[in-house]
Ligand binder design. Structure first.
Ligand code: DAH
Length: 346
């Protein structure tokens, strides 16, 4: 018994309040453990009754020593808690926090949003439709002849291509959105259609099988090529800066007549000629034209009453020119060293 008591005494003396987390609560637990009704000391006093008379004096003294040690320790703890206040768990509130890493928008989203925004300012609203399309919306309604190469497996990912069945494919361009919109709404129509498109291409620095386009369509009474040209000039200046010049080159698309391709003056060399514009001073930006009357009719719009213009551009190319990105594959690899360069751009 004597040894046991001495062990308790040293245990009490070695207990330090520093180790307590919730100090007030643990001081109370400490008190109950030693001095509670069923605590260690009251049990020892029970045991004391059985101590032979000749040992009682010595044992009584040491037992009292234990009681005093426990009481003193508790007083000391209580004084400490009172002085410090009960700060609860030992937290250092002045420590710097771990900064949470914020993500950033993907450069393609940044550019796509910017294009949509520029057109929204002149009254265009966003239209969307599915990434899986049937032959009608992808090709036939857009005046593609039956033998057009885009209808070939070499160029298009077909989901269903069976004799006698309507062919279904991953859309090869966002021009299909034009058809969907015109089928279901009456002019005036002013839409902008951003989205993902798919083509059966080998992946390289300059080509990818998945990419993004933005399509715009305006159909109303008396829409002319002059409206198209002014819209293009406005867009080029908003996107690439006030000093930007545009030029239109005749081109061909099945769904527009006449068709054109638009170049902008090179925003890197200012038109003097550099390796980005291959010395020409011009950069090819988009395809456009007046909506072919066949397309209007296929979508149920009277081509004698209405005319329209359409344009379509590749988002990857716009972002490449805007941020001087040299390799298309960077967009899809999700390398954080690349993506972090767009931190803070909204
Ligand atoms: N759909 C064409 C493409 O994928 C882009 C295009 C060109 C869209 C001319 C148009 C347009 O609306 O008028 O290459």
């Amino acid at each position: 018994m004597k040894e046991k008591i001495q062990q308790y005494i040293s245990e009490i003396q070695n207990t330090s309040i520093e180790k307590f987390n919730d100090k007030a609560a643990e001081v109370e637990m400490f008190r109950v453990k030693y001095l509670g009704k069923k605590g260690i000391i009251s049990e020892l006093f029970e045991e004391f009754k059985t101590v032979p008379n000749d040992k009682k004096k010595e044992m009584g003294q040491i037992l009292n020593q234990l009681k005093t040690a426990a009481q003193q320790k508790i007083e000391e703890f209580k004084a400490f808690v009172e002085e410090q206040g009960d700060a609860g768990p030992a937290l250092d509130l002045t420590r710097p926090t771990d900064f949470s890493v914020l993500g950033s928008r993907h450069p393609l989203s940044v550019v796509m949003n910017e294009i949509v925004d520029i057109f929204a300012r002149i009254g265009f609203t966003v239209a969307e439709s599915g990434e899986i399309e049937d032959d009608w919306h992808l090709f036939s309604a857009l005046n593609f002849p039956p033998d057009h190469p885009a209808r070939d497996m070499q160029d298009t990912f077909f989901v269903e291509k069976e004799e006698g069945k309507q062919e279904v494919a991953l859309r090869t361009h966002t021009s299909s959105v034009q058809v969907r919109v015109m089928e279901h709404s009456k002019p005036p129509i002013r839409i902008i259609a951003p989205g993902r498109v798919f083509r059966n291409e080998a992946i390289s620095a300059r080509a990818h099988c998945i990419f993004h386009q933005v399509e715009a369509l305006y159909v109303d009474k008396h829409v002319t090529f002059a409206d198209l040209k002014q819209t293009l000039l406005y867009f080029a200046k908003e996107m690439f800066g006030e000093q930007t010049k545009i030029r239109l080159r005749p081109s061909y698309f099945p769904f527009t007549e006449p068709s054109a391709e638009m170049d902008i003056s090179c925003n890197i060399c200012g038109g003097k000629g550099c390796n980005i514009c291959k010395g020409t001073g011009w950069l090819e930006i988009l395809g456009c034209g007046m909506v072919d009357p066949n397309v209007l009719e296929a979508c149920g719009i009277d081509s004698k009453e209405y005319t329209g213009f359409a344009l379509g551009m590749g988002v990857e190319r716009m972002a490449m020119l805007k941020y001087q990105i040299r390799d298309l594959r960077l967009y899809f690899e999700n390398d954080l060293r690349f993506l972090r360069q767009f931190d803070g751009i909204v």
